[in-house]
Design a binder for this molecule. Sequence first.
Ligand code: PCA
Length: 222
Amino acid sequence: MKRASKKLPIALVTGFDPFGGETINPSFEIARALDGATIAGHRIVGAELPTEFVRSLPALDALLRKHRPTLVIALGQAGGRSGISLERIAVNLIDARIADNAGAQPVDVHIVENAANAYFSTLPVKAMLSALRTANIPAELSQTAGSFVCNLVFYGLMHRLARARRDVRGGFIHVPFLPEQVQKVPGAASMPLMTMIAALRLCLETALTTKDDLHYAAGATH
Ligand code: PCA
């Protein structure tokens, strides 16, 4: 039934290529695993973005143009975090602690001049958090996606959607290291790929079927 599935609306899931000396990036492994899946009546397109300040947003633009998704979830690796991190806020600031994959390390620059200082995720993050916790998958809301390439893509995505595609929902999720990335670091946080894929399936299903987000306390005091 190839033709029928082609007509389904598309949900875009992006991940990044490996960076910072790693040889694998769980975010792209998840996107790759979900590519072609059907979830809540949507076809999932999984794609890779380069971990580069200059090339990542043009690559995202090309995907938005090509697929015209109704929902976009961008994924990135956040080594050191122990659960699925549902990001709430993209900030108009880059301050790179390390160089990107092209050797660029911009410090204290805006992503878009004369634009909003921040955007909020338009995903139902609290409903997604509940779905993950009900499935016993470690998860949290996060108030910062950092100031590196992930925050650039998150901000760039929300800026584009706010300006031109207000009917399209979007947001960002950070994921922990894979177990094989921390083999030599006893006690370091990680999560198996299968758990991350299950988590993203739940997030997509929830985002595609929940119009109004839940309201309950899930903030942080630090
Ligand atoms: N994580 C980085 C960029 C690419 C990725 O997977 C970040 O958190 O900015």
